[in-house]
Design a protein around this ligand. Structure first.
Ligand SMILES: Nc1nc2c(ncn2[C@@H]2O[C@H](COP(=O)(O)OP(=O)(O)OP(=O)(O)O)[C@@H](O)[C@H]2O)c(=O)[nH]1
Ligand SMILES: [Mg+2]
Length: 291
C-alpha cells in the first residue's frame, strides 16, 4: 500500500473546478488499497473558485493569498502533501483523471509515470504544435532518450526524489519540463503511457492564438532545457561546441597552410584556443556538478 496525494493547482477555474474535484475524489475512492488525499492549491483565484471549493468536503485546500504561479503552487503542494507518491493533474477538464489508476499501477516499478498526450482524442491548439515539436526534439537530443511528452500535466512521481530538485523548479509553467529533465538526467526511471487530452473548460490564459504568455512560456522551455543540461550534464553542454571549434580550427588551419602564402594566420589559432577553453569550461563545470 502506498500513500498518494493528488495535487491540483488551480487558478480562476470556476467553470471546471467542481467537476475536476468530484472526479478526483471518485478516483481516490477507487484506489482502495492505497491511502489517498486530494490536495487543491488555489493560487489567489479572483473568480468564484474559492467559494466553490469551500463547499466541497473530503479534500484538503490550500488557499494562497495571491497568485504565485503553477510551479510555485505545485511546490507548496509537494511540501504539504502527506503521500509518498504525488499525482498532479490540471483543473480545467483537459486530462483524463479517470486514468490515474493506470499510472498508479506502474509505481513503484518506475520513479515517475507520465501520461503522454498521444491518444485518440488529443486537442492541442494548432499554434502550439510547432513549439512543442522544437522543444521535444531539443530535449530528446540533450538527454538521448525519446521524451514522448515533456510537459504533460498528468503524472505520478516519487515525492522524495522530486524533492531533491526543489531549488530548480521554476514558479511558472516550466515546472513539468524541469521535473521531466531532472528525472531523466539523474537516471531515475520514467515511463510514458498514452492518454487523451481534451479541450479545456473555461477560457484559456494561453489563448488559442499565440499570446504573449504562450510565447514567453515557449522561450522559458528552451531556457530550461539548456539550464538543466548545464546543471546535470555540463560536459555534454560544452563538449559539442568546443569540439566543433577545434575541428573548424584544424580544417581552416590546414587549408590556410596549404593555400595561403601568409601561412596559418590568426583565425585558426583563435578557433583552436577558443575550442580548448570551452572544453575546459565543461570539465570544470562537470567537476563542480559532481560535488
Ligand atoms: N496554482 C496555479 N495554478 C495555475 C496557474 N495558472 C494556471 N493554473 C492551473 O494549472 C493548470 C494548467 O493551466 P492552464 O491554464 O490550463 O494551462 P495550459 O493547459 O497550458 O493552457 P490552456 O488549458 O490552454 O489554458 C490548470 O489547472 C490551471 O487552473 C497559476 O498561476 N497558479
Ligand atoms: Mg489546460
Amino acid at each position: 500500500m502506498a500513500s498518494i496525494s493528488i495535487v491540483i493547482p488551480v487558478y480562476n477555474e470556476e467553470k471546471a473546478v467542481k467537476n475536476t474535484v468530484e472526479r478526483a475524489k471518485k478516483v481516490a475512492a477507487k484506489l482502495k488499497q492505497h491511502k489517498v488525499e486530494v490536495l487543491i492549491v488555489n493560487d489567489g483565484s479572483k473568480d468564484k473558485t474559492a467559494q466553490i471549493l469551500n463547499k466541497i468536503g473530503g479534500i484538503k485546500v490550500i488557499n494562497r493569498p495571491y497568485n504565485c504561479g503553477y510551479g510555485a503552487s505545485l511546490k507548496v503542494g509537494l511540501r504539504e502533501a502527506m503521500g509518498d507518491w504525488i499525482v498532479i493533474t490540471d483543473a480545467d477538464g483537459t486530462y483524463p483523471i479517470e486514468d490515474i489508476p493506470r499510472l498508479v499501477k506502474l509505481v513503484p516499478e518506475y520513479d515517475m509515470v507520465v501520461g503522454a498526450r498521444v491518444g485518440k482524442t488529443v486537442h492541442i491548439p494548432f499554434f502550439r504544435r510547432p513549439a512543442k515539436w522544437v522543444v521535444g526534439k531539443l530535449a530528446n537530443m540533450m538527454v538521448k532518450r525519446k521524451i514522448e511528452d515533456i510537459n504533460s500535466g498528468l503524472r505520478i512521481f516519487n515525492k522524495k526524489k522530486a524533492l531533491e530538485f526543489m531549488k530548480l523548479y521554476p514558479p511558472g509553467f516550466s515546472f513539468t519540463t524541469t521535473i521531466t529533465l531532472a528525472f531523466f538526467t539523474n537516471d531515475y526511471t520514467v515511463k510514458y503511457i498514452p492518454i487523451n487530452y481534451f479541450k479545456r473548460k473555461g477560457s484559456s490564459i494561453m489563448g488559442d492564438v499565440p499570446s504573449p504568455k504562450a510565447i514567453k512560456t515557449f522561450f522559458n522551455f528552451i531556457g530550461i532545457i539548456f539550464r538543466i543540461i548545464l546543471y546535470f550534464r555540463p560536459l555534454k553542454f560544452f563538449a559539442w561546441p568546443g569540439s566543433l571549434l577545434i575541428l573548424a580550427g584544424i580544417i581552416y588551419g590546414y587549408y590556410q597552410t596549404v593555400t595561403s602564402v601568409a601561412g596559418l594566420g590568426d583565425l585558426p589559432v583563435l578557433l583552436l584556443i577558443l575550442g580548448t577553453l570551452v572544453i575546459f569550461l565543461g570539465v570544470i563545470a562537470d567537476s563542480i556538478a559532481k560535488k
